[in-house]
Write a protein of this length. Structure first.
Length: 402
């Protein structure tokens, strides 16, 4: 037991020091000791180990205003260790090889036919492409990012937006991944959670209570409460998209009615425009997307502006309830919502000020995501490294859900 505790403490300290260098490139050992509270002797020994293993290196001496020897600057070693990330979508797999500094060294979109297996596509790419470029020991783990709820107790995937028939169905996909990748550390993660983690890490979010809401085929939410991701990265603790804003609304596949992601779906946009009874350039289109609506509003389409304001008002009703429940100090909107533009954000703010509980809503900051659509995959890599990778234990055969 004592050895286990020592290894756990050592791993925690190695991770602490590595992430401190990640956030403060060029930091010195002395500054690390002050920042982390570890002794200079401990910092020196642990930094030497990280350097010997190829995670960090001394980049030379830095500036110092004091007398004595100038401090050495610590930097991350790029291109030594990687995480492979596979994002599953309805008709494709996005495959990425990302080093732990955050640099993408390989990126490819793999087409998937309805009868194909997602897991097998990933295995083929791993063996034929990734392991031709790097050595097996350089690959720290594999992440499978799904637009789905993942139950860590039953080890099942559910509420996904596409069929998993080629991977033995929602109940069989986890065992399928276990059997195909027995020699690797594997993590199965929810896509919105990975986006939320990327936003927190790469845009420097300081708020300890923060919500990330992503518009895609559905509407997903991930919540950070006191700096911890609620329910980890499996999305089985929150289903914001299935908050009902109208019990008489359209039916949802979940069995309820008026769920947020059905009421605000892109499939409703053309009907909303037609109901306005005013001319709109968008009415000639077969399908209207958020992107089309936002662009039309930007250039003065009155009906588009009115529809965006309606969407914002309905969304604000659900958002005000979320604020009353968990009181996030920052809410970030990501995914397709970004294309709705400033009108959407401004109307949400106005609606919250009128209908929300003022004591809570007035302290909430609201903004769009600052990252691109591929940030999800960097988020998956960083989440895996921060939460699952162990410096002090063999990782082969480890399997993580969320």
């Amino acid at each position: 037991m004592k050895l286990v505790n020592q290894q756990l403490i050592k791993n925690t300290n190695l991770k602490l020091l590595y992430n401190s260098v990640f956030k403060n490139r060029g930091i010195s050992r002395a500054a690390l000791a002050r920042q982390t509270g570890l002794s200079r002797t401990a910092v020196s020994a642990l930094i030497d180990e990280l350097s010997d293993r190829g995670f960090l290196f001394d980049s030379g001496t830095g500036d110092s205003s004091g007398a004595g020897r100038k401090p050495t600057c610590l930097e991350l070693c790029a291109g030594n260790y990687f995480v492979a990330v596979f994002g599953w979508e309805e008709s494709s797999v996005h495959a990425f090889l990302i080093d732990i500094c955050g640099t993408t060294s390989m990126q490819m979109r793999l087409d998937k036919a309805p009868s194909d297996s997602y897991s097998q596509i990933c295995r083929t790419f791993l063996m034929d492409q990734i392991l031709e470029q790097i050595r097996p020991e350089q690959l720290l783990g594999l992440c499978f990012v799904l637009p789905a709820m993942i139950d860590p107790e039953k080890e099942e995937v559910f509420s996904t937006t596409f069929s998993l028939a080629g991977d033995q169905g929602e109940a069989g996909v986890i065992p399928c991944l276990r059997s195909l990748f027995p020699d690797y550390a594997v993590a199965v993660l929810n896509d919105t959670a990975c986006c939320a983690y990327a936003e927190k890490i790469y845009t420097g979010i300081r708020e300890k209570d923060y919500a990330f809401i992503r518009f895609s085929r559905g509407i997903g939410a991930s919540l950070f409460i006191q700096d911890k991701l609620l329910g980890q990265a499996c999305a089985s603790y929150t289903q914001f998209g299935h908050f009902s804003i109208s019990h008489e609304g359209p039916p949802c596949p979940c069995g309820s009615r008026g769920c947020l992601e059905v009421v605000l779906s892109e499939s409703t946009l053309k009907g909303r425009l037609q109901a306005k009874g005013t001319a709109s350039s968008l009415l000639s289109m077969d399908t209207v997307r958020y992107e089309d609506l936002g662009r039309a509003a930007l250039y003065g389409d009155t009906a588009a502006v009115q529809v965006i304001r309606d969407l914002a008002g309905e969304f604000s009703f659900a958002l005000s309830n979320l604020i009353c429940l968990v009181h996030p100090r920052l809410i970030v909107l990501g995914g397709n919502s970004v294309s709705l533009g400033s009108v959407f954000l401004e109307e949400i703010r106005r609606s919250l000020s009128e209908t929300g509980f003022a004591r809570m809503t007035e302290n909430v900051k609201l903004r769009y995501s600052q990252l691109d659509s591929y940030a999800c995959y960097n988020g998956a890599m960083k989440y895996f490294f921060d939460h699952h990778y162990q410096f002090t234990e063999p990782m082969e055969g480890s399997f993580f859900i969320g």
